[in-house]
Design a protein around this ligand. Structure first.
Ligand code: FES
Ligand code: FES
Length: 159
């Protein structure tokens, strides 16, 4: 018999009180228990980065973290990236304008990865951005436009 524990998650500023088995990942909790399916699952073992979210402002692979480990943290997912319904986050806008997505499956992970990087270091240069982007996989291999979009966002965010 599976045993669940009550936990409280704060995601995009909203409180979610859920009951979950301790073995379940944060990615599963977000998708299945919080209804936030924008966080995608690819490999489910820490390789592809599709599940990247921000935990206390840092990019984290949600498939590698247990949901119970996220109690007391501040979580951001792609659903919470735009400041409101009328505006996109600069990284979202840049991906749109620079054609930084093809099938879009990897896109939420890239958006959160780049947003986390640029919110911490808006003046990230191209060499460092290449290094950051190398942690996530786009199987359509559209990396040039992802890089262009990320650098356009860096330009805007570094003002
Ligand atoms: S699904 Fe988490 S790294 Fe691939
Ligand atoms: S846009 Fe298709 S996997 Fe990245």
């Amino acid at each position: 018999m599976s045993q669940t524990v009550p936990i409280r998650l704060y995601v995009n500023g909203d409180r979610h009180d859920i009951e979950i088995e301790p073995r379940r990942t944060l990615a599963d909790a977000l998708r299945d228990d919080c209804g936030l399916t924008g966080t995608h699952l690819g490999c489910e073992h820490g390789v592809c980065g599709a599940c990247t979210i921000l935990v206390d402002g840092k990019p984290v692979r949600a498939c590698l973290m247990f949901a119970v480990q996220a109690e007391g943290t501040s979580i951001r997912t792609v659903e919470g990236l735009a400041p409101d319904d009328q505006q996109l986050h600069p990284v979202q806008r840049a991906f749109w304008e620079k054609h930084g997505l093809q099938c879009g499956f990897c896109t939420p992970g890239f958006l959160m990865l780049v947003a986390g990087q640029l919110e911490e270091k808006p003046d990230t240069d191209e060499e460092e951005m290449r290094d950051v982007l190398s942690s996530n996989l786009c199987r359509c291999t559209g990396y040039q436009n992802i890089l262009k979009a990320s650098m356009a966002a860096a330009e805007e965010m570094s003002g």
